[in-house]
Write a protein that binds this ligand. Structure first.
Ligand SMILES: C[S@@+](CC[C@H](N)C(=O)[O-])C[C@H]1O[C@@H](n2cnc3c(N)ncnc32)[C@H](O)[C@@H]1O
Length: 391
C-alpha cells in the first residue's frame, strides 16, 4: 500500500507499505486539523497579557527585563582539537589561538579562572561565565576559530543549556540519541563528555551518539557543526557519531535500535527568542503552545519506544508556558504507566543559582539565575518490565 497525505500547507508525507504507520499519520492529521492556529490574541500585547496571567504582574515584569538582556555565554573548549588543551590555561590559550580576542587575554585570565564557578559536575573543559558582546560594550568571548587540524576551537552557549546534558548522567559506554539536535549545541556537548580523544592515544570509544534533526536545512547545518567539532564523517579518529534526518515523532514506530539515554530538546515557544525578534513576535498566538505541546507529547511517546528498559529520557524546552513543560509530562504520565520521573535533579553546585524544582522537573529562568536560561528539564526513566514468579 502506498499512501500520500497532505498534512499541512508545507508538509507532504509519503508512507509506504505500513498500515499501522499510515493510521498513525491519519490520526495526527486530524489532531492537527482540529487545533488549527487561531489568529485571536495575536502579537506582542497579547503575549504580555498572556504571560502576566501565567507569572503574575510583578514577576513577569522582572522576567521580561531579564529575557530582553543579551544571551549570556559560557565557553566550552573543543577537546578534539589538538590545538586546544583540556587542562585550562585559558589566558595562554587565548593568546595563541585568538590573538584578536576582546578583552585582552590577560584580563580574562585575571577575571575568570576555572575555580570561579566550575564544579566537578561540569564538563572539565568548560569555562565561564562571560556575557556576550551583542549589545553595548560588555565583555565578550572571542568567536570560535579554525585550528591547525581544521576543527573549531571552542563552542559558546548559554550555560543553562548544559543542564539537560548534565542530567543525562553520561557514562562512557552509553548509546545516546539526541532526537531534536540542530543546530547542534547539545550534541557537541554530549560528544565532548561521552567521547575520548583517541588521536591523543586514549582507548577506543565504547559509546555512540546519534544526532537527529527533522528539518532538512537545519539537518545540513547540524552535519556541518558536528564535522567542525569532531571531524568529517570517515575521518580518522572521528568518534562514532551518526547523523539522521528523521521525524522524531515517527522514529519510535520504525526504529529498532534501543538507546541507553535519549535527549529531547523539544521545539517549543522559545519566548526569549521572540522577545528579540519583533517580526516573529507579531505572529505569536497562545494556540502555538497547544500545538507545540501536542508535538512534544508525540516526541516523548516515540522516545519511550526507543529507550531501553531502565534507560533515561531527558526532556527539555526553553519555553515558559507550563503547558509545554510540566503539562506535557503530566499528560505523558497519565498515559504511560511504564515511565517514572526521576527526582530530584541536582544542578552543579556553584555559587550561582541554577533554578528551582517544579511539579515534575526543574526550571531555570534568567531573572533568578544570573541571566541564564530559560531551560525547563525533567528526567524520565523507563521502568523495566516486572518479572512474574511463573516466568
Ligand atoms: C530547540 S531546537 C534544538 C536545539 C539543539 N538541541 C541544540 O542544542 O542546538 C529543536 C529542534 O527540533 C527540530 N524538530 C522539530 N520537529 C521535529 C521532529 N518531529 N523531529 C525531530 N526534530 C524536530 C527543530 O527543527 C529544531 O531544530
Amino acid at each position: 500500500m502506498q499512501l500520500f497525505i497532505f498534512k499541512s500547507n508545507y508538509d507532504f508525507i509519503k508512507v509506504k507499505n505500513r498500515d499501522e504507520k499510515s493510521l498513525y499519520y491519519i490520526y495526527n492529521c486530524f489532531l492537527e486539523m482540529s487545533t488549527k492556529v487561531s489568529n485571536k490574541g495575536k502579537g506582542g500585547n497579547s503575549f504580555s497579557k498572556f504571560y502576566t496571567t501565567v507569572f503574575g504582574e510583578e514577576r513577569w515584569d522582572t522576567l521580561l527585563d531579564a529575557l530582553k538582556k543579551p544571551t549570556r555565554h559560557c565557553l566550552i573548549i573543543n577537546k578534539f582539537s589538538q590545538a586546544t588543551p583540556t587542562g585550562i590555561d585559558f589566558g595562554n590559550w587565548l593568546d595563541e589561538n585568538c590573538p584578536k580576542a576582546q578583552p585582552e587575554p590577560e584580563e580574562v585570565k585575571k577575571r575568570y579562572t576555572k575555580s570561579d564557578w566550575l564544579s566537578t559536575n561540569w564538563p572539565e573543559h568548560a569555562l565561564g561565565p562571560i556575557t556576550t558582546k551583542s549589545k553595548g560594550d560588555q565583555l565578550a568571548f572571542p568567536a570560535p576559530s579554525v585550528t591547525e587540524d581544521n576543527l573549531l576551537s571552542h563552542y559558546l552557549l548559554d550555560a543553562a543549556s548544559l543542564l539537560p546534558v548534565i542530567a543525562l548522567d553520561i557514562q562512557p559506554s552509553d548509546h545516546i540519541l539526541d532526537l531534536c539536535a540542530a543546530p547542534g549545541g547539545k550534541s557537541v556537548m554530549i560528544g565532548q563528555v561521552l567521547f575520548k580523544n583517541t588521536s591523543s592515544g586514549e582507548a577506543q570509544n565504547r559509546g555512540s551518539l546519534h544526532s537527529n534533526e527533522h528539518n532538512r536545512s537545519r539537518y545540513d547545518r547540524l552535519k556541518g557543526v558536528m564535522a567542525s567539532y569532531f571531524g568529517s564523517p570517515g575521518a580518522l579518529n572521528r568518534p562514532p557519531i551518526r547523523i539522521s534526518n528523521l521525524d522524531g515523532t515517527m522514529y519510535g514506530h520504525f526504529g529498532t535500535f534501543q538507546y541507553d539515554k535519549i535527549l529531547i530538546d523539544a521545539p517549543c515557544s522559545s519566548e526569549r527568542h521572540l522577545v528579540h525578534h519583533s517580526s516573529e513576535m507579531r505572529q505569536w498566538t497562545p494556540r502555538q503552545s497547544v500545538m507545540n505541546s501536542q508535538r512534544q507529547l508525540k516526541l516523548l511517546l516515540s522516545a519511550i519506544i526507543l529507550v531501553k528498559p531502565g534507560g533515561r529520557i531527558v526532556y527539555a524546552t526553553c519555553a515558559l508556558t507550563p503547558e509545554e513543560n510540566d503539562g506535557v509530562i503530566g499528560s505523558l504520565l497519565a498515559r504511560r504507566g511504564d515511565v517514572v520521573v526521576k527526582v530530584p535533579f541536582s544542578p552543579p553546585c556553584t555559587d550561582e543559582a541554577w533554578g528551582s524544582p517544579t511539579k515534575h522537573g526543574w526550571m531555570c529562568l534568567p531573572d533568578n539565575s544570573a541571566g541564564w536560561g530559560p531551560i525547563y528539564l525533567t528526567i524520565l526513566e523507563k521502568v523495566s518490565p516486572v518479572q512474574s514468579d511463573s516466568e
